[in-house]
Design a protein around this ligand. Structure first.
Ligand SMILES: Cc1cc2nc3c(=O)[nH]c(=O)nc-3n(C[C@H](O)[C@H](O)[C@H](O)COP(=O)(O)O)c2cc1C
Length: 160
């Protein structure tokens, strides 16, 4: 079996986008930065995210049964940084957003979003794979915030 260090080094060679996964439970908003996000199928529209069981958002997604994946634009790096902190500051404070169909927040200015009802949960190692049925999604033009070799990147591409 590959050792954790080799595994991390190999995964760092895999470029990804950056998302903020949001949810809402009893009116309380929560979100966290995630790049373990993938398409599962187009028909029906289905996606997955992998969430560490130690993340505070983990239990909320499970209980709320809904979540929204916000794909960040290049200029939204400060938002990614804010939502990856483990402090008690409210990352939604003075951040513009609206509510998606499920009631989960959609951050203003994102490149796209996927609003989901939770369909399945699978425990795997330290994480839970949450599979979502996409109830609504939207795409906008712009440049993505990238993540590669353990750092935020400008991939130099855009839809415009
Ligand atoms: C670029 C980036 C990607 C991340 N991707 C994930 C992820 O896919 N799943 C995960 O559980 N944590 C991921 N994290 C870590 C969480 O954002 C971080 O642990 C966060 O503090 C969890 O917040 P919470 O405990 O308030 O839910 C990522 C962090 C960064 C900076």
């Amino acid at each position: 079996m590959a050792v954790a260090l080799e595994f991390r080094k190999a995964m760092r060679r895999y470029p990804t986008g950056v998302t903020v996964v949001t949810t809402v439970l009893n009116g309380k908003l929560k979100g966290f930065t995630a790049n373990a996000f993938a398409s599962v199928s187009a028909e029906p529209p289905t996606i997955l995210i992998c969430v560490n069981r130690t993340a505070r958002t983990h239990a909320l997604i499970s209980q709320a049964g809904r979540f929204c994946v916000n794909v960040l634009r290049l200029d939204q790096r400060p938002i990614a940084e804010r939502f990856s902190k483990k402090d008690d500051a409210d990352p939604f404070a003075s951040l513009p957003y609206t509510f998606a169909r499920t009631g989960a927040p959609v951050l203003d200015g994102v490149l796209s979003y996927f609003d989901c009802e939770l369909a399945e949960e699978h425990s795997a190692a330290t994480h839970t794979i949450f599979i979502g049925n996409v109830l609504a999604c939207e795409a906008h033009d712009g440049a993505p915030l990238g993540y590669f070799d353990a750092g935020y990147r400008d991939f130099g591409c855009s839809t415009t």
